[in-house]
Design a protein around this ligand. Structure first.
Ligand SMILES: [Zn+2]
Length: 67
């Protein structure tokens, strides 16, 4: 049951990103408590010194040009 609930939510997020519609779950983590049937949300902040999400993150740098 739980994998089905989470799988549908993940598919929904993928569709939102693909078609550019709605408010994607970016910078947030959705939590689901199956025992209580409740959803929650955590907001994520960037760490400026982090190599993954910080201001110098590789994903935000210009793509390398091949010679
Ligand atoms: Zn980070």
């Amino acid at each position: 049951m739980l994998p089905g609930v989470i799988g549908v939510l993940q598919a929904n997020e993928a569709l939102k990103l693909l078609v550019g519609y709605g408010e994607p779950l970016v910078g947030r983590i959705l939590t689901f408590d199956a025992q209580a049937t409740t959803f929650g949300e955590l907001k994520l902040r960037r760490d400026p010194s982090c190599i993954t999400c910080g201001s110098g993150a590789l994903s935000e740098q210009e793509p390398r040009k091949s010679a």
